[in-house]
Design a protein around this ligand. Sequence first.
Ligand SMILES: [Mg+2]
Length: 375
Amino acid sequence: MPADRIRHVALSSVTLPLANPVSDAKVLTGRQKPMTEIAFLFAEIATHDGQRGTGFGYSKRAGGRAQYAHAKEVAEGLLGEDPSDIGRVYDKLLWAGASVGRSGVATQALAAIDVALWDLKARRAGLPLAKLLGSYRDEVRTYNTSGGFLHAPIEEVKERASASLQAGIGGIKIKVGQPDTKADLRRLAAVREHIGDDVPLMVDANQQWDRATALRFGRAVEEFGLVWIEEPLDAYDAEGHARLAEALDTPIATGEMLSSVAEHVRLIEARAADVIQPDAPRVGGITSFLRLATLADHAGLDLAPHFAMEIHLHLAAAYPREAWVEHFEWLNPLFEERLETRGGRMVVPDRPGLGFTLSEQCRRWTVERVEYGKA
Ligand SMILES: [Mg+2]
């Protein structure tokens, strides 16, 4: 049987507006402005046999335009390729941009394409991506992040925690890392009291503590029985994270800001986290994610991928250890379909591929689009 070939590629730059400006600790320490929108790069790939795949990557604040620009430079190289050969095709695009490296924007530009190729492969097989990869579970533990940001007054955080739990989401994460640590502790105590001792609870400092503050905070909150403390330190301080993980009973989670497999390898080898939090679009796609997930499992780490639940639900379902998926409803308007949560878990959709179709709203939010090959 002759191989099917890629005949058409479309890249779209889409700006998703957020309902309210969002602040985590990076805003309260003055390092960033509140986030008002997210830039998405969508890749849609079609073959001569009529197979289709859609993938996406993203950037919060600056960087989205650069991802789109780099993807445009290399996307034509997809035409005529066999979409089954994801590794080889990915390498080809990587070599085309070798001068700008194998991490960060360079590979994030390829992530949308890589995700589209995996989506296409699973769709063609008639399987959800999790099943194509080899699933360990059909539902994945899930926790909500979007209700616990620092711009929200504590009463709103409590209301949204209740709403999340009622919607079948199993855990609650709140943001900490403010310059005033006592304010963090007050919010944490209020949420723990509100949801009770049995609901899984996490905190996320978004890299805003120094080592001493992280250790003091970690010791002060051992009694809360947190599932993890996330990004207590600078994302690249592997040694500091390792010392913290050693000193505390509460597990340490980090990894969302890392932008390559190699950066994650350093984290894993330093024993810097109990829970690793890779982000497929940030590390260059599903191909890269699977490489580092294998290493993380081998090292005995738990997995809680960052953001983009539409992709990560499948990857978490295919991780050998019981994983968590992060619930964010922000991306809902981009797609026709919705993910189901029940009994604390998110259900892997039985639709082929990732199981998503771009919405009309997503088309309206498209700021630029380019196509290669024959539609
Ligand atoms: Mg985080």
